[in-house]
Design a protein. Structure first.
Length: 455
């Protein structure tokens, strides 16, 4: 069946829907075009319900869809202006014709008071002005002026000036009337441009904001950005898990097992209707994460725990631990509770104290060392500052001998390692990877490398 080309209004709507965060595939865009062919644009309720069934799959997407639909298809720029005279004063001469739009000049449209025609002319002019390229609020006046010029503002201003120069009372009245209409039009165009900025710049603005948050040091994240950070963390963890699963399926496919394929298809005379592939067992990455939640990294702990929570949702074979002066397993808490109560419970139980890495590693050896094998990756999230206590590098050495490797993610910059009570350089020789990790981008790369190495 041939593809159904989307109309221009629908194409732009799909563009702003994607910018608002809706995942609209090419196939869904074609389905939307076919649906619009059936219901049309006249019945707004039917159009909204129909496109909503095609484009919005989750509750979050339905909320975003409702917001974007109402904003995109809003036609209120010329509402509420009935207080002004709808038509020009009685006895005034007919409007001049200049720079026509569909056979009508801007003066004719303003004088006639046809709101629908004005809205249509404004949208046509906005399309010609490239309104969908607007990205910054500083461009609002620029695009407003471009739209009004394409509607015929300059020609109308020349006509108004000519009326004033004539000195005739009827022309002066008409010039005053049209000047007032121009001001109302300018307000309507500004509203339209502001709405377009919200629609077309949203995707770029959100992307810029997300990139900024991903590269901002976690300790500098403001409270107002916590909700956005939670969303980013979940998206990041799910993306990593999905990428791992995809690679694992591809590698499991292996090579064709000719002998088993022929045996499976004996009922069809050996014709290989059903293929059987050779398979080799690929071990899941067994991960044990130890997270410092002491006072020195308290500002970062909640984000590290967010990431661990998201990973716990995405990866089945992961065990999580938190420590300050001592260490406890938090896997069950992360599994059974929503993220906010889980983090609050962990921090109230063991967080904000003075860190003692030696005690924490000793607790890990006593309680969980037997679960560490040569397929286990141990990830340590912490600044390696043990308040001058015994660092117990001997325990870390024994963990290193049993584990596949140790990855240490340190939130401090390298220039601070080894200064004061930092034992980072004492632990580093036992680690397969030691790296600065104080942003979401750092976390993503570290976990991504770990997953790829496990395959």
């Amino acid at each position: 069946m041939a593809d159904v080309p989307a109309s221009e209004p629908l194409r732009r709507f799909l563009q702003v829907a994607r910018g608002a965060g809706l995942l609209v595939s090419a196939a869904e865009g074609i389905d939307a075009a076919r649906a619009v062919d059936l219901v049309g644009f006249d019945d707004r309720t039917a159009l909204k319900d129909t496109l909503g069934l095609v484009l919005a799959k989750t509750l979050d997407e339905k909320t975003r869809y409702d917001e974007v639909f109402e904003l995109y298809f809003k036609r209120g720029e010329f509402d509420g202006k009935a207080d002004d005279p709808a038509v020009e004063p009685a006895g005034a001469p007919g409007p001049t014709v200049s720079d026509g739009m569909g056979g009508q000049s801007l003066g004719s449209l303003l004088a006639g008071g046809d709101r629908a025609a004005l809205a249509t002319a404004m949208e046509q002019a906005a399309q010609e002005a490239g309104i969908e390229n607007i990205r910054f609020f500083t461009q609002k006046n620029l695009y407003a002026r471009r739209i009004m010029e394409r509607m015929g503002l300059r020609a109308l201003e020349r006509d108004i000036e000519a009326m004033r120069q004539s000195g005739a009372p009827e022309n002066l009245g008409r010039a005053k009337f049209l000047s007032g209409k121009i001001e109302s039009l300018r307000d309507a165009v500004r509203d339209f441009v502001e709405r377009s900025l919200l629609l077309f710049a949203r995707g770029e603005t959100e992307k810029f904001r997300e990139d900024l948050l991903k590269t901002t040091r976690l300790s500098n994240i403001e409270r107002r950005d916590l909700d956005r950070m939670r969303v980013l963390v979940r998206q990041m963890a799910k993306k990593l898990a999905a990428r791992y699963a995809k690679t694992r399926r591809r590698r499991l496919r292996g090579q064709l097992d000719a002998r088993r394929t022929l045996r499976r298809n004996m009922g069809w005379g050996g014709i290989p209707f059903i293929t059987v592939w050779k398979q080799r067992r690929i071990e899941k990455p067994r991960v044990m994460v130890l997270c410092d939640v002491s006072g020195s990294v308290a500002a970062m702990s909640q984000f590290l725990l967010m990431f661990m929570y998201a990973l716990n949702e995405a990866l089945a074979d992961i065990r999580s631990f938190a420590f300050a002066g001592s260490l406890m397993e938090i896997s069950e808490i992360l599994e059974k509770h929503p993220i906010e109560p889980a983090i609050a419970q962990i921090m109230s139980t063991i967080g904000f104290g003075s860190s003692n890495y030696g005690n924490a590693f000793a607790d890990f050896e006593d309680g969980w060392m037997q679960h560490v094998t040569n397929k286990t990756t141990v990830i340590i999230l912490g600044d390696a500052r043990g308040n001058r206590s015994d660092p117990r590098t001997d325990v870390v050495g024994r963990i290193s001998l049993r584990a596949k490797r140790i990855i240490w993610l340190n939130p401090e910059y390298r220039s601070a390692w080894g200064t004061g009570d930092s034992d980072m350089y004492r632990y580093a020789p036992f680690c397969g990877l030691v790296t600065v990790c104080n942003t979401l981008r750092h976390l993503e790369r570290a976990i991504e490398d770990m997953l790829e190495d496990a395959l």
